[in-house]
Design a protein around this ligand. Structure first.
Ligand code: GDP
Ligand code: IMO
Ligand code: MG
Length: 452
């Protein structure tokens, strides 16, 4: 298989960064297709931590080309810091990073609006990351956004900033009673900060298409999780992009017919950061214990994550929406010390049994739990499936049974090598076979070349 999509199956922070980094060892290209600095993808390599927000997690593997696809929104301030952190880690980025010129830019007033909207919503807030994601995507869909391409033409750029800052200031001052931004200062600062980024701006869509046409191994890295998707998620408690496999074509700028398989990353339990329904949430000692053992604090905002038992209905819905071919279960080691582990096998809703998570009635779903024995021993040193204790293997088998999807890999620690092949056949990417897509477009003969 030469292309693989990796998505989060829950509410984000499933360990996508770790999994993408591990699988990128055999990739030629890794592409982000949605989201922006709301993402925080943690990768540990040789005992050193990197938190990637906008740069694909393939960047830590030498030789892998990373593309920020046209469906992403970019904050140049955050990106500049991210690139500086990579430089400090001696990661070579030059010639390996492309920003699609169609990407929309986050400006400081987007962050201001995000915070003001949340503040005014009070108890009805979404609990956003306040990174300006919603307002930047609103400008995109309102067809007034500033794109990376605008950073290449100074006059157009200044005109657009002036126009958009005036509109944002009207809202900030009149509607939200918040401080306005100085359009002139903003335009000058922004222009200065974006200069070093201009060299990365290119036709990302074309680069991805060309790699796929050559049969190169291309991975698409999702951000957030399926239940934060703007359409299929727990609306309005969602982010503003398409987080599943359905977002890849639009967000990378390539046809969906290029995509070979889709793997879903899921934690061995469930977390959510921000507001919104969460049927298996544990408030109290068990929730605190999971948070403590799993280090469940936001990689982007530092907020404590809400924690709960594994919700098979949530992952089952992801399997269906994405047509997942394999699951990668992460953080199984976090459950090492529990003597009993609960799994939500389905729900009751108005006295009826429901198997799949229902985002519209999510707040009314009552979990139906199955309790299974824990393994009560450390598993972080296991590297082969057979080395996992029987109870851990039974837990994985239960996840497969309830979600209807094979578990191809299991992660037992944050390190790159702490990954076990469980059912490698479920993930064609692992076998190293390339599909060798044929580029079927008719080529126009070059000038002077004979037509037959
Ligand atoms: P992402 O947003 O999906 O990439 O996930 P985050 O990076 O926000 O959160 C996942 C956290 O779990 C990070 O701190 C990872 O280092 C850590 N992690 C990933 N896989 C494992 C694992 O199998 N075991 C443990 N203990 N930690 C893991
Ligand atoms: P990664 O890629 C977890 C959540 C926010 C909030 C909602 C909307 O690291 O998994 P936004 O700022 O996007 O408008 O916030 O989405 N959220 C995430 N939760 N992981 C993420 O990314 C998230 N990105 C956004 O907490 O509930
Ligand atoms: Mg994260």
């Amino acid at each position: 298989m030469s292309s693989l999509v990796v998505v989060g199956t829950q509410w984000g922070d499933e360990g996508k960064g770790k999994v993408v980094d591990s699988l990128a060892q055999s990739a030629r290209m890794v592409v982000r297709f949605q989201g922006g600095p709301n993402a925080g993808h943690t990768v540990w390599v040789n005992g050193k931590q990197s938190i990637l927000h906008q740069v694909p997690s393939g960047i830590l593997t030498p030789g892998v080309v990373c593309v920020i696809g046209c469906g992403c929104v970019i904050d140049p301030y955050v990106l500049t810091e991210e690139l500086a952190a990579l430089r400090r880690m001696k990661v070579k980025v030059g010639g390996r990073l492309l920003i699609d010129f169609r990407c929309h830019m986050i400006l400081p007033y987007h962050r201001g609006l995000d915070a003001a909207i949340e503040e005014q919503a009070g108890a009805k807030r979404i609990g956003t990351t306040k990174k300006g994601i919603g307002p930047a995507y609103s400008d995109k869909f309102g067809r007034v956004g500033i794109r990376a391409a605008d950073l290449l033409a100074e006059e157009t750029f200044h005109d657009k900033v002036k126009r958009n800052a005036a509109a944002a200031n009207f809202l900030l001052m009149e509607k939200y009673k918040a401080d306005p931004v100085s359009a002139k200062k903003l335009a000058a600062d922004y222009w200065r900060i974006t200069r070093p980024l201009a060299r990365f701006i290119a036709d990302g869509s074309l680069a991805v298409e060309q790699a796929l046409a050559k049969g190169e191994r291309v991975m698409f890295e999702g951000a957030q999780g399926v239940h934060l998707d703007v359409d299929l998620g727990t609306y309005p408690y969602v982010t503003t992009s398409s987080t599943g496999s359905w977002g890849v074509a639009a967000g990378a700028g390539v046809s969906p017919l290029w995509l070979d398989e889709v793997a879903g990353v899921c934690k061995a339990y469930t977390t959510r950061v921000g507001d919104g329904p969460f049927p298996t949430e544990l408030v109290g000692a068990d929730g605190d214990r999971l948070r403590q053992l799993g280090g469940e604090y936001g990689a982007t905002t530092g907020r404590p994550r809400r924690c709960g038992w594994f919700d098979a209905g949530v992952v089952r819905a992801s399997v269906r929406y994405n047509k997942l071919t394999a699951l990668v279960v992460t953080k199984l080691d976090v459950l090492d010390t529990f003597d009993q582990i609960k799994v939500c096998a389905g729900y009751t809703l108005d006295g009826r049994n429901v198997d799949e998570f229902d985002p519209v009635h999510a707040a009314e779903l009552k979990p139906r739990y199955e309790t299974v024995p824990g393994w009560q021993q450390p598993i972080c040193h296991a590297r082969r499936y057979a080395e996992l204790p029987r109870a851990a293997r039974q837990y994985l088998a239960l996840i497969e049974e309830l979600t209807g999807c094979p578990v191809a890999m299991v992660s037992v620690g944050r390190g790159r090598d702490q990954l076990i092949l469980a059912k490698p056949r479920a993930l064609g990417w692992l076998s190293g076979r390339t599909a060798h897509h044929q580029d079927t477009r008719r080529q126009r003969p070059a000038a002077g070349q004979q037509k037959d």
